[in-house]
Design a protein around this ligand. Structure first.
Ligand code: SF4
Length: 304
């Protein structure tokens, strides 16, 4: 089932990771709050999936305690096998056409002002699941007209008609992560393509979307390569950017090449802001949906 790519990533950094000890800046609070338990129960009762759990996100204690969660639609089995990702790879089951309604109800119960929705890849479907994406956005909006919606979408295998279906549902922010630098695509994102992802971001921007993208650091990329990715995003007018530390979810996943220091993350933030992005979230614990509401607040309120 979970056949993650085990190819080792070349470690090009000077300070490689010795042992598994995480630096202090990556140590997070254990999830214990009452709200955390309530969010978990809701997700179970509604038979929903969250990327917070599926990806073993280190921030879920904090996010769920703030009553925010990133819903993962189209099931919890992915047709792809990214080397960093903890979602199960396999042959997905049938489409759950009631899922959009349940996501919309969960957003209502959690009183979310800002909902983040992502999905697994469904490359076996002709439209890559775009119709379910659109239906989910419509359902959430109908039930929660004040809620802003951020979608973190797949590349739809360059099916730009499928992308258009999502764009036509008018999410407030369209996020698509390039995940890493082009040189590391084979081990990190073997079925992905950096240029294809850039093209998706370019088209989405041209169609009037607020766009967002992100990469993980600590997989073996060089500083120059990170800056090249920032430049590539800028060329297609990406608005919002996230950079965070990669953390190996299990032994079967790609190893961490190095722990990037908070100071280096700050440097990338400054470089990105200098380049003209609306907002750059750069830090060890930053994930693409982490404090997404705060990151998007200027650009979303201005565009609505
Ligand atoms: S496409 Fe997304 S969900 Fe699927 S394995 Fe890659 S990162 Fe994980």
């Amino acid at each position: 089932m979970n056949h993650k790519n085990s190819m080792a990533v070349e470690n090009t950094s000077e300070s490689s990771v010795k042992g598994r000890q995480k630096p202090d800046w990556l140590k997070v609070r254990l999830p214990t709050s009452k709200v955390y338990g309530e969010v978990r129960k809701l997700i179970t009762d509604y038979e929903l999936h969250t990327v917070c759990e599926s990806a073993a996100c280190p921030n879920r204690g904090e996010c769920w305690s703030r009553s925010t969660a990133t819903f993962m639609i189209l099931g919890n089995i992915c047709t792809r096998s990214c080397g960093f990702c903890n979602v199960i790879t396999g042959k997905p089951t049938e489409l759950d056409l009631d899922e959009p309604r349940r996501v919309a109800e969960a957003v209502e119960i959690l009183k979310l002002k800002y909902a983040v929705i992502t999905s697994v890849n469904r490359d076996e479907l002709k439209d890559g699941g775009a119709s379910v994406w659109a239906e989910t956005i419509r359902c959430v909006r109908e039930r929660n007209p004040e809620t802003k919606i951020e979608v973190l979408i797949p590349d739809f295998c360059s099916n730009w008609d499928a992308l258009q279906v999502v764009i036509d549902a008018r999410p407030d922010v369209l996020n698509h992560n390039t995940e890493t630098v082009p040189r590391l695509y084979l081990p990190v994102r073997p079925q992905g393509n950096f240029d294809r992802s850039l093209e998706l971001l370019k088209i989405s921007k041209e169609k009037g979307m607020v766009t967002k993208s992100g990469i993980m650091l600590g997989l073996g990329e060089t500083k120059e390569e990170v800056i090249e990715v920032l430049k590539a995003w800028r060329e297609v007018n990406v608005d919002l950017v996230t950079l965070g530390q990669y953390m190996q979810p299990t032994e079967r996943h790609l190893p961490v090449a190095r722990w990037v220091t908070p100071a280096e993350f700050d440097e990338y933030r400054d470089i990105g802001m200098e380049m003209g992005f609306t907002n750059v979230f750069s830090g060890p614990l930053v994930r693409s949906s982490y404090h997404a509401d705060e990151q998007a607040q200027d650009v979303v309120s201005a565009s609505c």
